[in-house]
Design a protein around this ligand. Structure first.
Ligand code: NAD
Length: 454
């Protein structure tokens, strides 16, 4: 399998994909290693992850260079991702013991009732490329701490990052065999679905997630899916600083070239402030530097996947045909690399693909609304349910609206952010299950209830 730099289209490495036999071998190794790993005291497991955490800092330069080379992420955004992963690991390290220790629920004379949290066993993590560190850490860190062994399949677009993760875990003292990298794309993923893992943890698109859910259903093991979104933002008429709100929401839409599961994908603006907001938004987008992701100051680099360029072009053609107005961008940038201009449309409707399908690229539709009722109806008009944001000076008014949106996360005066302290979960086509928070630590365990008489 060739690893291609999306900025230059140069082949930067060639790796051998796993076949059925090598995957089975890795699975057998994991099965043996897991038992010994789970038998280690929790403090030992935490110590390994703590050393891994420290390595993220000392190895940062090489991790950043690899991420930028294989995913096309601007250098500063690669740095941000490694730092973000580090913050999450720190949170999990500080809280894991509390949520994994036995819990006494009843303690009366003659009868005690407690819950213990046991590891699932050997789990499979099929991962995405857009934030390989962040979405990986959400799964393999709590999984390992809880005593599981992990088959980690990085996306085929983040394979080299997957190798770094395995290397650093080994350097941190993780016993041999407890973490294995499954190398390859769809075929490798399919082979993993045939095997008997104790749980499947997937991050990726709705289409693949649905397929995986159906394929593994008969195994009757946990299957968590962190999928895509079509996340809306509504800017109310009472916002104080329109320029700042426009800049913040533009960043929410275009950071990482729009390739974030919780990227802002649709914007609704109250008619009273619409013109000013639009003006500031477009000004902000035009101020960014697009180009070589290794160059200082570049905000939008290439897309990671070439195929996405076709998708974006289709959304542009469809929007124009149906009457949308193009304010900036709208086409590929000629030459080497998978570059697409940051693109802003207005006069959009929900008849357009741009407002319905996950774009996962540097493109946004902005729509004028008359009132909160209209905004709410439009925000809800989606099969997805990952996040939703409202900007307003009035927290109560924003909360009243957000309460009615069927999404896993609500944002007031912010967007496109994730915190380890609260659950990360999607509703509807955005997924099933939870990572992060205390629930995301326990997601990698099975409970045992103890009734202790005497
Ligand atoms: P994808 O579905 O194309 O691939 C994800 C993973 O699944 C890859 O490792 C891929 O090799 C593997 N895969 C593909 N076909 C498979 C099959 N038939 N069987 C088993 N495995 C298979 O998604 P992607 O392009 O890597 O990621 C982008 C998507 O991920 C977007 O929709 C984005 O919103 C979503 N995402 C969601 C979150 C979240 O937390 N909710 C986070 C990041 C990305």
């Amino acid at each position: 399998m060739q690893i291609i730099n999306p900025a230059t289209e140069a082949i930067i490495d060639t790796v051998e994909e796993d076949g059925k036999d090598s995957l089975l071998h890795k699975f057998q190794v994991l099965t043996i290693a897991q038992k010994a790993w789970a038998a280690h005291p929790l403090s030992d497991r935490l110590a390994v992850i703590s050393r891994f955490h420290a390595l993220l800092e000392s190895e940062q330069a090489v991790l950043v260079a690899t991420l930028t080379a294989e995913a096309g992420k601007p250098l500063q955004q690669s740095v941000n991702e490694i730092n973000g992963a580090s913050t999450r690991i720190q949170w999990i390290l500080s809280h894991a013991a509390k949520y994994l220790e036995d819990e006494y629920m009843t303690d009366t004379a003659g009868m005690k009732e407690k819950i213990s949290y046991e590891p699932l066993g050997v789990i499979c993590n099929i991962s995405a490329w857009n934030y390989p560190w962040l979405v990986g850490v959400n799964v393999f860190i709590p999984a390992l701490i809880a005593g599981n062994a992990v088959m980690y399949k990085p996306s085929e677009y983040a394979t080299l990052t997957g190798f770094h993760i395995a290397r650093l875990l080994k350097m941190a003292g993780l016993p041999d065999g407890v973490f294995q990298v499954a190398i390859g794309g769809k075929g490798t993923g399919e082979n993993l679905l045939d095997m008997d893992f104790a749980g499947y943890f997937f991050t990726g698109s709705y289409q693949t997630g649905k397929h995986i859910y159906e394929r593994v259903a008969r195994k009757m093991v946990p299957c968590q899916l962190e999928l895509g979104g079509k996340d809306p933002v509504y800017v109310m008429d009472d916002v104080k600083d329109i320029k700042n709100v426009a800049a913040g929401t533009a960043d929410g839409a275009f950071y990482n070239n729009g390739q974030s599961c919780c990227a802002v994908e649709r914007i609704y603006v109250h008619e009273k402030i619409y013109d000013e907001y639009l003006n500031e938004f477009v000004k902000e987008v035009k101020s960014w530097k697009t180009g070589d992701p290794t160059e200082a100051g570049v905000y939008t680099g290439p897309l990671t996947r070439k195929e996405q360029l076709d998708e974006l072009e289709k959304q542009v053609v469809d929007a124009v045909q149906k009457g949308a107005s193009l304010l900036t961008g709208g086409k590929r940038i000629p030459g080497k690399g998978y570059y697409f201009e940051p693109t802003v449309f207005t006069n959009v409707t929900h008849e357009m693909r741009l407002m319905k399908e996950e774009s996962f690229g540097p493109i946004i539709g902005i729509m004028k609304v008359k009132n909160d009722e209209e905004a709410l109806a439009l925000m809800q008009d989606t099969p997805y349910g990952l996040t939703a944001a409202v900007y307003s000076a009035d927290r109560e008014r924003a909360a009243a609206l957000l309460q009615q949106v069927n999404s896993g996360t609500s944002y007031w005066n912010c967007c496109d952010r994730v915190s380890a302290a609260v659950p990360w979960s999607g509703r509807k086509h955005s997924g099933i299950g939870v990572t992060l928070s205390h629930q995301g630590i326990r997601a990698f365990t099975k409970t045992k209830s103890w009734h202790l008489r005497g």
